[in-house]
Design a protein around this ligand. Structure first.
Ligand code: SF4
Length: 123
């Protein structure tokens, strides 16, 4: 098993435990590496997003929506150095789709989005 897969598994285990006892988003941030890095930013693709961007929470539970809110997910990153595309938790969009996913947050995720749990992708 590679180190990145092990690290991701450890993180997800810790995050699941954190959700069960209701700890704060800042603790989650610390669990995934603190969200700071000198890693260079990846270019977000210019794929056309749907009219609502990747903010459509249709079909998500209240808890899943609350998690997106608590981690302050936004469709357009406020920091060009940090976006979902260069986050280790990002799941690439299917070919032709504008929105990808996230190992942490449910629902559509914009490649140029951001949340406070951003963690640099390993290169
Ligand atoms: Fe990373 Fe984006 Fe998921 Fe936040 S929403 S953890 S920045 S991929």
């Amino acid at each position: 098993m590679d180190t990145q897969a092990q690290s991701r598994r450890d993180f997800l285990k810790r995050f699941s435990a954190a959700g069960a006892i209701g700890i704060s988003a800042s603790t989650v941030l610390a669990a995934c590496g603190g969200g700071e890095s000198a890693e260079p930013a990846a270019e977000a693709p210019a794929a056309a997003a749907p009219a609502e961007g990747c903010m459509d929470t249709t079909g998500l539970t209240e808890q899943e929506i609350a998690m997106r809110d608590s981690l302050q997910y936004v469709d357009v990153t406020p920091d060009p150095e940090k976006n979902c595309l260069n986050c280790s938790l990002y799941l690439a969009a299917a070919e032709g789709a504008a929105c990808g996913g996230c190992n942490l947050l449910k629902g559509p995720i914009a490649p140029n989005g951001y949340c406070i749990s951003w963690a640099p992708a390993q290169t």
